[in-house]
Write a protein that binds this ligand. Structure first.
Ligand SMILES: Cc1ncc(COP(=O)(O)O)c(C=O)c1O
Length: 400
């Protein structure tokens, strides 16, 4: 495997240690990372925090979401994307997905907007940009905040704009598996000064770093300590400086998969919306069991047998439908906030049937290939080759 974390990270880490300044207030690296990330993304404000989940919580807090407020969410994401709403005592209202991409379906969002809706939390899942034009139109019409979860979507574009710059505020993750990493870590990004101040106070126990002197050190809001430390800041900065190389590698991987599998019967390549440019964090192939002649589970089993011992991950998708997780069943039964809250007088159930398109597409309609930049072109080629071989064998079995 390529060493994607190496000399550059070590060099900056040494500088941090030599400086004896391990926290943001005294050090230079977290600030430098924020500055360079802001420039890279093209936003005025970036706040480094200690995880993508913390970044999302800060976005929700900045949006003033609280008891009785509904937020339209997707159920197809790492559960943090909806759990952060519950943590603020808000109510996640799940809209269905477009079965071609598993991103929120703008048509389904429209039907979920009520007088209580305060925000839409969009996830660009697998690095595929959601249909942002239609989502933004709806949001503007109904005066809703748009939070973009870009934890998997560094440098994905939608109609010429980077995702994370289209909505009002965005969250990124620096967890180990992501496009750039500091082990754990996250970033809040926005062009809106008011949202920036609120998010930054939330992440810094009610204080903001760079306020004018008389205000420095005062605590203006409720918050926690979600700050990133200098050691992580140094690693994140070194990683950010390599992001172009990492992205280029994943684009090459996507071309390999597409040229190998474009004519495969039973598999469809990723659906890309007009004007969208995914970053191919994972490659989502659409699977048709009838055409392939194998159940989805059997197909995945055979593919993984083919690549045994190699660093290749062919998944059935690694994400769980959020509202089917035990936490949602339990929380809906509570007599207190968020859902049993006296301010929230509606009865809401989280149960099977809420998002039929999603439930139909997952777990059987997709196969994902992990496209981590630590992989090699040979490994990605082997993954595509394994899929082709399994399809060919299944066809021969059928013809026998
Ligand atoms: C789409 C999405 N949202 C949120 C998160 C949460 O990020 P973190 O693990 O850094 O808290 C992740 C990462 O796992 C993610 O993939």
């Amino acid at each position: 495997m390529d060493k994607y974390i190496g000399r550059q990270e070590l060099a900056l880490l040494k500088e941090v240690i030599a400086s004896q300044k391990l926290w943001k207030k005294e050090g230079a690296f977290v600030r430098k990372f924020e500055e360079e990330f802001g420039k890279h993304l093209g936003v005025k404000h970036a706040i480094a925090v200690n995880s993508g989940t913390s970044a999302l919580e800060a976005c929700v807090a900045a949006g003033g979401i609280g008891a009785g407020d509904e937020v339209i969410c997707t159920a197809y994401s790492f559960i943090a994307s909806s759990m952060v709403v519950l943590r603020a005592n808000g109510v996640p209202v799940f809209a269905d997905v477009d079965p071609k991409t598993l991103c929120l379906d703008p048509g389904a969002i429209a039907g979920k907007i009520t007088a209580r809706t305060k925000a839409i939390l969009v996830v660009h899942i697998y690095g595929q940009p959601a249909e942002m034009d239609r989502i933004m139109q709806l949001a503007r019409k109904h005066h809703l905040l748009v939070i973009e979860d870009c934890c998997q979507a560094y440098d994905s574009y939608y109609r010429g704009k980077k995702v994370g710059t289209i909505g009002d505020i965005a969250a990124f993750s620096l967890q180990q598996g992501k496009q750039i990493t500091s082990g754990e870590g996250g970033i809040v990004a926005t062009n809106n000064k008011d949202l920036f101040r609120k998010a930054s106070m939330f992440a810094n126990i009610g204080m903001i770093w760079d306020w004018e002197r008389p205000e420095a050190g005062s605590h203006f809001a409720l918050g926690g300590n979600y700050r990133m430390g200098e050691l992580q800041g140094a690693v994140a900065l070194a990683q950010l400086r390599k992001i172009g190389r990492f992205n280029g590698k994943r684009r090459r991987f996507a071309r390999i998969i597409e040229s190998e599998l474009k004519n495969a019967e039973g598999i469809k390549l990723a659906h890309v919306y007009r004007g969208a440019q995914p970053n191919y964090y994972f490659y989502p192939l659409r699977y048709d069991a009838e055409k392939a002649g194998l159940s989805h589970a059997e197909f995945i089993r055979r593919c993984n047998k083919q690549v045994e011992g190699k660093k290749i991950e062919i998944h059935a998708g690694t994400i769980r439908i959020n509202y089917l997780e035990p936490i949602y069943r339990d929380i809906a039964r509570l007599k207190s906030c968020p859902i049993g809250c006296p301010k929230y007088k509606k009865k809401l159930e989280y149960k099977r049937g809420l998002c039929p398109n999603l439930e139909k597409a997952v777990p059987d309609g997709f196969i994902t290939i992990r496209m981590h930049h630590g992989r090699t072109a040979e490994e990605i080629s082997a993954a595509a080759g394994a899929i082709k071989r399994v399809l060919r064998e299944a066809k021969l079995e059928r013809e026998r």
